[in-house]
Design a protein around this ligand. Structure first.
Ligand code: S3P
Length: 169
């Protein structure tokens, strides 16, 4: 398959773990957008938000999505906010098939219970922040997905098998 496989979904829905395993199993290059940006900038996403601002991070995401408009058979794990920008969605769609890993706020909160790396969820009331952001974004994820998989009750292997089945791999 020449198309990219693009994973979208909320923070902590498993995009990076799924992407890494897909890459290993399908022997295709894996790119984690946050990781790519962090390495290039020499800063964590939290530091970029703090020192350069969220707008600047969103520009970096946009620039990266432009490169993914070409189908090159890559596996791409996006950042959870990538779908907020219509140009990003159009570019990702041009280059690949978009898989939405849909998860419940409860499962997300569980997955991220020890995580402090997401600036948008930092501080008090993580659950509330997750619920609010999820509410704002859910329809965007659904709208731009070619395939939606509800992973809230699934483990990694279950998710991978579902992807293989739906992509007929
Ligand atoms: C964000 C999600 C994060 C990261 C940044 C902003 C978001 O990526 O890009 O913290 O707006 O949902 P993950 O979805 O990989 O956590």
């Amino acid at each position: 398959m020449k198309k990219n496989i693009v994973l979208i979904g909320f923070m902590g829905s498993g995009k990076t773990s799924v992407g890494k395993r897909l890459s290993l199993n399908l022997k295709k290059e894996f790119i984690d957008m946050d990781d790519f940006i962090e390495k290039r900038e020499g800063m964590t996403v939290s530091e970029i938000f703090e020192k350069k601002g969220e707008m600047c991070f969103r520009e970096m995401e946009k620039e990266l999505c432009r490169r993914f408009a070409v189908p090159k058979g890559k596996i791409i794990a996006t950042g959870g906010g990538v779908i907020k920008n219509a140009e990003n969605v159009a570019n990702l769609k041009k280059g690949g098939v978009i898989i939405y890993l849909s998860s419940s706020p409860e499962r997300i909160a569980y997955n991220l219970r020890y995580d402090n790396s997401r600036p948008l969820l930092a501080g008090e009331n993580k659950e509330k922040k997750i619920a609010k952001l999820m509410n704002e974004r859910k329809s965007l994820y659904e709208k731009c997905a070619d395939i939606t998989i509800d992973v809230s009750q699934m483990n990694l292997d279950g998710t991978l098998n579902k992807i293989y089945e739906l992509l007929e791999l």
